[in-house]
Design a protein. Structure first.
Length: 214
């Protein structure tokens, strides 16, 4: 009896292509937390996140046998989740008779989210929790494509090149749209300057602690 090494995604994918359903179950277990976490960060709603995660894994099941390995499985799966999210928002917009905001390629001045300043004291922790709440609510107000950009880059910490693969966009377009998304986020956070600290960036006018919650 052959013993298979189930440690790598590549082996699991090949085993699934050969009809091993257990290999797919292992892939789901390996990525279910990351998939749900991304879906939740995009929707801000646990029920919607669960629906998106379930749909993403269904699409994964139906498409995995055609997966050619041109990208890492995690990158491909992030793309599936993003597409499910966009489809979810389109359906939601149709039901509410609201337009789905589409991206533009307008360039904006680069905006860097500031570096996290950790604090171990109780008051500091409470402040960071409030900062996180405000920041995540601001992210939820971004148009869908900008939201995905911010979440992938600043929260999931995906590099530009991988985001380009996930969204199927040229690298320059990713950088341009991410800058636009950052500037939109800056405007949404403007009323909360004091919450993040009065000090501003000399180049962008953004509160220096605005990314603590990220």
């Amino acid at each position: 009896m052959s013993i298979y090494d189930y440690s790598s995604d590549e082996v699991l994918i090949e085993r699934f292509k050969e009809g091993d359903e257990f290999a797919f179950d292992l892939l789901v277990r390996r990525y279910e937390q990351k998939v749900y976490q991304l879906a939740y960060r995009l929707t801000g709603n646990p029920d919607d996140a669960a629906d998106i995660a379930a749909e993403a894994f269904l699409r994964m099941y139906n498409s995995l046998k055609r997966f050619r390995g041109d990208a890492q499985l995690s990158t491909w799966l992030y793309r599936v989740v993003s597409n499910v999210f966009f489809d979810f928002r389109k359906r939601e917009a149709r039901h509410q008779h609201l337009p789905l905001e589409m991206p533009t390629d307008d360039d904006d001045e680069p905006y860097e989210l500031p570096i996290e300043d950790e604090s171990a004291d109780i008051m500091g922790h409470a402040l960071q929790q409030e900062q996180r709440r405000v920041l995540m609510e601001a992210i939820q107000q971004l148009p869908e494509y900008q939201r995905v950009m911010v979440v992938l880059f600043h929260i999931e910490e995906r590099p530009y090149e991988e985001i380009a693969q996930i969204l199927g966009l040229p690298l320059g377009t990713v950088k341009s749209r991410l800058n636009r998304a950052r500037n939109a986020l800056r405007r949404l956070l403007e009323p909360y300057r004091e919450l993040f600290g009065v000090e501003e960036s000399p180049t962008t006018g953004v509160p220096q602690e605005a990314s603590d919650a990220l």
